[in-house]
Design a protein around this ligand. Structure first.
Ligand code: MG
Length: 319
C-alpha cells in the first residue's frame, strides 16, 4: 500500500468579508444604518482584514443599500480614515463617481460569465458589460484605487446550465485586462463541486493568470462550499470570500442558503493550521469567537437564527 503525501496547502489565507454588502443586500426588512455600521466595526475588531461595506448600486435595484453614503459617513466617524479602505461595489461609472466623491480607495465591479445573467443582472449583453466596465475600472485605477472584479456564474448558471471553463477564463481575462487587480470567481448558485474548482484554477493558470490574483466566492446552497474551499486551497488559492453568519443568498438559487459562512471557513482553517493573520509573522489572525458573537448579535437584529452550523454550535441555542 502506498501513502499519498498530504497535498501542500497555503500556510496563510486572506478572508474577504462580504456580509455587510452581499449578506445584507437581499434582506427584505430595512436594516438601520447604525446597525450596519456596528456590524462592520465589530467585524473589523474581530480581525477581519477586508470588509466590503456596501454598494453604490441604484436604490431602486437594491433598496437595502440606499444608505451607502450615510453608512460610510457614519463609519468614518467611528473608525476614521480606515473607512475609506473598506471596499464598496460600484456597478457602473455613476457608482464610481459617488465612491470618488467620498474618497474610497477600494472598489469592486460585478460581471457575469454568462450571457443570460449579464442581461438579467446588468441589462447588458455579455460583450457589452466589458465596454460598460472599461471606463469605470480605468478611472478607478487612475485615481489610485484598488479594483476587484467579481465574476458570477462561474460554476453553473440557472438558465444556461453548465458554463464552459474556457468561457469563464475568457471573461476573467477580459476583466483583468481592463485593469482589475484581483478577480473573485463566484459560484453564484452554489452548484459547483470540488473537481470543477481544480479544473478552473488550472485553466486560469494555463492562461497565465496565477492563483494569487484569484479569489473564490462559494455558496453553500448544495452543501459544497467547504469541500470546494478545500479543493481551492489545494490549487493554491489564498483569498476566500465569506459572509459572517452565512448571511445572504442568491435570489436565483432554489434554496435560501447562500454565502459560505465566515465561521465555517474559520473553523476549517483553524483545524488545518492555516493562518488568517496579516502575514507579518505575529498576526494573531481572526478571532472566531468574536465573529460568532457578532453573527449571533446580527441574527437577533434580523429576528432569525444564523444558518451557519458553526455559529449554532458555538453560540448555543437562542442565538
Ligand atoms: Mg455571494
Amino acid at each position: 500500500m502506498t501513502t499519498a503525501p498530504a497535498p501542500a496547502l497555503p500556510t496563510s489565507v486572506t478572508v474577504y468579508e462580504v456580509g455587510p454588502r452581499d449578506g445584507l443586500q437581499n434582506e427584505a426588512g430595512q436594516v438601520p444604518t447604525e446597525v450596519k455600521a456596528e456590524f462592520v466595526e465589530r467585524l473589523l475588531a474581530a480581525g477581519l482584514p477586508v470588509v466590503e461595506a456596501t454598494s453604490f448600486v441604484h436604490p431602486t435595484w437594491v433598496p437595502q443599500l440606499a444608505d451607502a453614503a450615510e453608512l460610510l459617513a457614519l463609519l468614518e466617524e467611528r473608525i476614521g480614515d480606515r473607512a475609506r479602505d473598506l471596499p464598496v461595489l460600484v456597478p457602473n461609472d455613476r457608482g464610481l463617481d459617488r465612491a470618488l466623491e467620498l474618497g474610497c480607495r477600494h472598489v469592486a465591479v460585478f460581471g457575469s460569465a454568462t450571457e443570460t445573467f449579464a442581461q438579467r443582472n446588468l441589462n447588458r449583453s455579455y460583450d457589452e458589460q466589458f465596454a460598460m466596465f472599461e471606463p469605470t475600472v480605468r478611472r478607478a485605477r487612475d485615481a489610485g484605487m484598488q479594483v476587484r472584479a467579481y465574476l458570477s456564474m462561474c460554476f453553473g448558471d440557472p438558465w444556461e446550465g453548465a458554463v464552459p471553463v474556457e468561457q469563464v477564463v475568457a471573461a476573467g481575462r477580459r476583466l483583468l485586462d481592463l485593469g482589475a487587480n484581483a478577480l473573485s470567481l463566484g459560484d453564484t448558485i452554489g452548484v459547483g463541486t470540488a473537481g470543477q474548482v481544480g479544473e478552473l484554477v488550472a485553466a486560469f493558470g494555463e492562461a497565465g493568470i496565477e492563483a494569487e490574483r484569484l479569489a473564490m466566492h462559494f455558496h453553500d446552497t448544495y452543501g459544497q462550499a467547504l469541500a470546494n474551499t478545500y479543493a481551492a486551497l489545494q490549487a493554491g488559492i489564498t483569498t476566500f470570500d465569506a459572509s459572517a453568519g452565512g448571511l445572504g443568498g442568491c435570489p436565483y438559487a432554489r434554496s435560501a442558503t447562500g454565502n459560505l459562512a465566515t465561521e465555517n471557513l474559520l473553523w476549517m482553517l483553524r483545524g488545518l493550521g492555516i493562518s488568517t493573520g496579516t502575514g507579518m509573522g505575529t498576526g494573531a489572525g481572526i478571532d472566531l469567537d468574536a465573529v460568532v458573537a457578532t453573527s449571533a448579535w446580527m441574527a437577533r437584529q434580523l429576528g432569525r437564527p444564523s444558518p451557519s452550523a458553526v455559529v449554532r454550535a458555538l453560540a448555543g441555542s437562542g442565538s
